[in-house]
Design a binder for this molecule. Structure first.
Ligand SMILES: [Zn+2]
Length: 393
């Protein structure tokens, strides 16, 4: 039987050759895993350490040749190879220990890092939570503050509402009072209105009554006083005898009234004398006449100047005749409705004053005054007709 060194192939024992050297055996069970771990160390972890790696590589490639050898339960080596192999194993062990140390160190580092991270994480989380809590607390405080403000506002609003209610109450009381006063006022106003209405109606009636009045009769009262006709109390005419002698001033006054009356009536009835102009001036009244030659003559009714008086009287009687004809023409158609005496024109000759025929002159003046009285009556008739027409319209 022959024993050969697995490494150097040296014959260690041989019966035939007579060799009997020391044989170093390593069981397969130990050898194979050791080689495996060396190989993995080379491959994985120890790439940087080139020298050791190289020797290990060499060892590994050499030793791995035996791995699948099933011939024996153990591998046999010579002394030199065996020690070489041990050296390889030691190196590998050393490397593995180093590797382990590095692992442990790294593991420690990792663990430290992890706990640091955890701690930081916890801290951060706590910080976050604290911040969140603070935020929430601050929000809560704000909400409480807001609620407080809202409560105050609500209270204020309630107070305001109460004040408004009081004011509203006051307003309605005042309004009612005002309504009451207004009602009273309107009632008294209506009463006053009625009073005024009745008063006004009275005034209207009075006004209507006054409108119907013809004042001419009162202002120019024409009467017969003894032998004389009078106007406004002045006698027109004179008889010369004692007690019947009329002063010049009275005659002037009477004729002045006559001029005024005719002038007024002509104005009232809207009658215009074409060539005669009456100038009533009391005792100093005058009359103007535009003759056919276009000459205007003015005469003064002064009984002291008989010539002027006489001429003026002639013109005045002409004017009276014209007015009389106007009335007769105007109211001829309503004969029967009113008492309408026919107008007879006065004779101018009778009005020429003559101291020898005082009675005739005085009677003529009476006739003149009668005509003037008829004028007043006609003016009243005219008024009445005008009023009736107004009423009918
Ligand atoms: Zn050997």
């Amino acid at each position: 039987m022959e024993v050969i060194c697995q490494e150097c192939k040296k014959v260690l024992k041989s019966t035939a050759k007579g060799e009997d050297l020391s044989v170093y055996s390593i069981s397969r069970e130990i050898y194979n895993p050791t080689i495996g771990s060396i190989a993995s160390s080379i491959n994985i972890k120890l790439k940087e350490e080139s020298d050791i790696t190289e020797s290990l590589k060499e060892g590994e490639s050499r030793l791995s040749n035996y791995r699948d050898c099933d011939l024996a339960e153990s591998y046999n080596f010579c002394q030199a190879c065996y020690y070489k192999l041990l050296l390889t194993f030691e190196s590998a062990t050393h490397l593995l220990e180093k590797e382990r140390d590095i692992y442990m160190e790294n593991l420690q580092k990792v663990q430290q890092e992890k706990s640091k991270i955890d701690a930081e994480k916890d801290e951060n989380q706590e910080k976050v939570l604290t911040t969140k809590k603070e935020e929430l607390e601050s929000e809560l405080a704000a909400l409480i503050e807001e609620e407080k403000i809202l409560d105050e506002e609500t209270k204020q609003l309630e107070e305001e509402e109460a004040a408004i209610t009081v004011k509203e109450q006051e307003y309605w009381e005042k309004e009612n009072e005002y309504e009451y006063k207004l009602k009273n006022h309107l009632e008294s106003n209506a009463q006053m209105k009625n009073q005024w209405k009745s008063h006004f109606s009275g005034l209207t009636k009075h006004y209507d009554y006054l409108k119907k009045l013809n004042v001419l009769n009162d202002v120019f009262s024409i009467n017969i006083e003894g032998e004389f006709g009078t106007i406004s109390g002045f006698r027109l005419g004179t008889l010369g005898s004692k007690g019947n002698e009329v002063e010049n001033e009275e005659i002037n006054g009477a004729i002045g009234q006559c001029i005024l009356l005719v002038s007024t009536i002509a104005l009232k009835t809207e009658f215009t004398f074409s060539n005669i102009d009456l100038k009533p001036m009391g005792c100093y009244s005058k009359i103007s006449y535009l003759n056919e030659g276009g000459k205007k003559c003015t005469y003064s009714f002064s009984f002291y100047n008989k010539t002027s008086f006489n001429t003026g009287m002639q013109v005045f009687v002409k004017a009276v005749n014209l007015l009389g004809q106007h009335f007769q023409k105007k109211f001829n158609h309503i004969k029967g409705k009113v008492k309408l005496e026919s107008f007879k024109a006065l004779s101018l000759d009778r009005f020429r004053f003559n101291s020898d025929h005082l009675e005739e002159w005085t009677n003529a003046c009476k006739e003149l005054l009668k005509v003037l009285k008829w004028f007043i009556y006609m003016s009243q008739v005219e008024d009445r007709i005008r009023q009736e027409n107004t009423k009918n319209n």
